[in-house]
Design a protein around this ligand. Structure first.
Ligand code: AMP
Ligand code: GLY
Length: 410
């Protein structure tokens, strides 16, 4: 079986790694891939957004299965294009990907189908939005519509910050803004393999979205993660599946946008039950890097079976995987690139490349989030210690990381 993985981040590195463990997969291509993936996959120099070229490549190479990592490719309609060319691909169509690409679409769907989520209203102009915020007061949550790489959300606690966030959001032409009730509680990520109304849950992971220790600083794409999450009981998973994930998949079928691919629920345990913070139409990054290494079932079998509506039993490694993101100084606002990274040959666990490049034969940083350093161990505490021991083995003077990944659950 020849597989193509679309994307170049840590998530795609983890997807390719899972295929690398498959008994059936003989060749893995990654477009465009990264230096970490290049150790076992063939990287093809085609951007993840160059849909026409990717279709041509997949046809010419007789790819048996394509898996898409990034939301941007999905929102461009890569799945529609592959399907129209008769190519097998695992991911949502452009219409189904709206569950992530439009917050307004997702919120309307949840409202219509009674899927628990924060109360909200959508606004198309500043004056109405500001009037609403003044009436509601703070804390409140301001979300720009559209794909923002985890950065278009402002959780504000003062009216000054609310005003600044609204001004920034409406500075972008034609922006729609969703204003949401503030929820508090324990957040977790539940990602499912989905094909129409067949929904297969993976193990729970917990992301750490704030840039700095103790959940301080701006929201990011995620600064560290672990799986499993002992705070989330099997009863909570059942509630999340029955109230949120399965109803969402069924709602998408009913609306005429059946969903295929990885459906990601960003969920929160609140005093009034589990609520949806957001849906994503793809695997989480960094969640994929700690969930997929625990999947013992062959991922090629899982995807092929679910595409024929044959559910599979997923088997999981009971050990804990914890990952620490090393990000460029300045992330999420800016990112320094081209800083030399050494010491990867000293690490004992597994390192996923999130934003690296080879320059003059040297590994260098090449983006906001650069590396995810992970360890697998019988306990969260041991995984924490091992992952941070590996972080200390990596040298690069332009990276920072959080020191408290997993601490809340220890
Ligand atoms: P999102 O991109 O929608 O997942 O939002 C990013 C982060 O902002 C989430 O992971 C939460 O930590 C926070 N957040 C989003 N919506 C809310 C909400 N309604 N109440 C509290 N925090 C929220
Ligand atoms: N880690 C959060 C996300 O992938 O959206």
């Amino acid at each position: 079986m020849k597989v193509l993985v679309i994307g170049k981040g840590g998530r795609e590195h983890a997807i390719a790694d899972a295929f690398h463990r498959s008994r059936r997969v003989t060749k893995i291509y990654a477009a465009p891939g990264n230096p970490g993936m290049a150790e076992f996959a063939q990287c093809v120099d085609i951007a993840a957004e160059n849909v026409a070229e990717l279709v041509r490549f997949a046809k010419a190479t007789a790819i048996d299965l394509t898996v898409v990592g990034p939301e941007a490719s999905l929102a461009l309609g890569i799945v529609d294009a592959f399907q129209n060319a008769g190519l097998k691909i695992f991911g949502p169509t452009q219409a189904a990907a709206q569950i992530e690409s439009s917050k307004d679409f997702a919120k309307s769907l949840m409202r219509k189908y009674g899927i628990p989520t924060a109360a909200y209203q959508t606004f198309a102009n500043f004056d109405d939005a500001w009037g609403y915020v003044q009436k509601q007061g703070v804390p409140i949550v301001i979300k720009e519509d559209g794909l923002k790489a985890g950065k278009g959300v402002s959780v504000v606690h003062t009216m000054d910050d609310a005003l600044a966030a609204l001004k920034a959001a409406f500075a972008i032409a034609d922006n729609k803004v969703v204003i949401e009730e503030y929820l508090s509680g324990f957040e977790f990520s539940l990602i499912c393999f989905v094909c129409d109304d067949v929904v297969l849950p993976m193990e729970i992971a917990q992301d750490h979205k704030c840039a700095y220790d103790n959940d301080q600083g701006p929201n990011t794409g995620g600064m560290g993660v672990y799986s499993p999450v002992k705070t989330i009981t099997s009863e909570m998973v059942d509630e999340a599946m029955n109230q949120i994930m399965i109803p969402a998949a069924k709602a998408m079928v009913k609306e005429g946008y059946p969903f295929t691919g990885f459906l990601y629920g960003g969920l929160m345990v609140t005093e009034s039950g589990i609520k949806t913070i957001e849906f994503n139409a793809r695997l989480g990054d960094p969640e994929a890097e700690v969930i997929l290494p625990r999947l013992k079932t062959d991922i090629a079998d899982v995807i092929e079976n679910i595409l024929c509506h044959q559910p599979t039993t997923l088997e999981w490694d009971s050990q804990v995987v914890l990952g620490v993101v090393m990000a460029s100084a300045g992330y999420p606002k800016s990112a320094t690139k081209g800083a030399r990274i050494t010491g990867l040959d000293q690490v004992k666990g597994k390192v996923f490349h999130m934003g690296t490049a080879i320059c003059d034969g040297q590994l260098v940083s090449d983006g906001g989030r650069v590396l995810l350093v992970s360890a697998k161990a019988p306990t969260l505490q041991a995984a924490y210690e091992n992952a941070y021991a590996d972080v200390a083995r990596i040298q690069c003077d332009a990276l920072f990381y959080r020191h408290d990944i997993g601490k809340k659950d220890m």
